[in-house]
Design a protein around this ligand. Structure first.
Ligand SMILES: C[S@@+](CC[C@H](N)C(=O)[O-])C[C@H]1O[C@@H](n2cnc3c(N)ncnc32)[C@H](O)[C@@H]1O
Length: 284
């Protein structure tokens, strides 16, 4: 084969057809019990092509044969399809808005209400950066209220490996770009080039492995963060997920989406916008 790079070098993988993508989805579903049909096909094809390049497969048929026979490749493909990029206080203005306009109201309503904990849920929580950011925010600004109102923070992700990292709560500096030196000193212990969150914050968060499309597994919550996750799903599944979230929020409950995400379908009638810029919505 002759390519720009010379004889015998690897060419870009051929375009993956819809049928080939369906086959890859079926192999994953059979061997890893995960339903890939929920993701946008353009996104899936881009991610599968990344793996095909990595293992130097030109043709999707060749890649399917590899997938059927190689557990490691199944793991690597699943990992590539579920991107875990996150950061503490990612988009800091969202956390600032939650602090100034949302948290006090939620805590106050609960003070005079039931003894149930105030429940926060992060869907697609990656390695825990987002639920731990909420925990830090509560500890920093609402210490008195949190002593009176029991609070539960749950992080859910489909990927077991990333949840293990979440439980260890040890991070490279790139995850802490939005954390000031003062906060790093207060809430983290540095081990060489890594930063481990202090037990006081770790103990505030519980992690549960789960699939965002299985509404049966949804956790009753007062505030749901579902940021930078919905974007990978096709439209019917985005609608299903948003309606599922609306079902488990009480009236007045809060939903936060990612900066490039928005409400779609029926769910638009079930929420009112609290802050359009920060994608914060209140359940009607
Ligand atoms: C880009 S990260 C977003 C992390 C965090 N919410 C943030 O905004 O920084 C997307 C996360 O969604 C998770 N995810 C993808 N598909 C999922 C599914 N079907 N159910 C639950 N989590 C899923 C991925 O494993 C990944 O950790």
């Amino acid at each position: 084969m002759t390519t720009f790079f010379g004889e015998n070098s690897f060419a870009m993988p051929a375009e993956i057809s819809d049928d080939e993508l369906t086959e890859i989805g079926m192999i994953l579903s059979l061997h890893r019990n995960c339903d890939m049909s929920v993701y946008k096909s353009k996104y899936m094809k881009r991610r599968v092509a990344i793996r095909m390049r990595a293992v130097r497969c030109n043709e999707a048929a060749e890649y399917c044969a590899l997938l059927r026979n190689c557990d490691l490749e199944l793991d690597l493909l699943q990992k590539t399809l579920t991107i875990h990029v996150s950061q503490f206080f990612r988009n800091p203005s969202v956390f600032e808005k939650l602090r100034t306009d949302v948290m006090a109201g939620l805590l106050k309503a609960r003070e005079n209400d039931s003894p149930d904990p105030l429940r926060f849920w992060c869907l697609g929580c990656a390695a825990g950066e987002e639920p731990y950011s909420l925990a830090i925010l509560l500890r920093l600004y609402f210490g008195r209220e949190v002593r009176q109102v029991p609070v539960s923070i749950v992080g859910t992700d489909v990927d077991a490996e990333t949840l293990k990292i979440a439980q260890q709560a040890e991070y490279n500096e790139d995850r802490l770009k939005e954390v000031s030196t003062e906060l790093r000193e207060h809430f983290f212990r540095q081990h060489g080039s890594r930063y481990q969150l202090i037990p006081e914050i770790r103990e505030m968060v519980t992690f549960v492995q789960g699939d965002i499309t299985s509404i049966e597994q949804y956790v009753k919550s007062d505030l749901v963060l579902c940021r930078n996750t919905l974007i990978y799903f096709n439209r019917p599944d985005q609608e299903k997920i948003l309606n599922g979230i609306a079902d488990i929020l009480p009236n007045g409950g809060i939903l936060v989406l990612g900066k490039s995400e928005t409400l779609v379908g029926d769910a638009r009638q079930r929420f009112v916008s609290v802050c359009p810029v920060e994608r914060i919505y209140r359940k009607l």
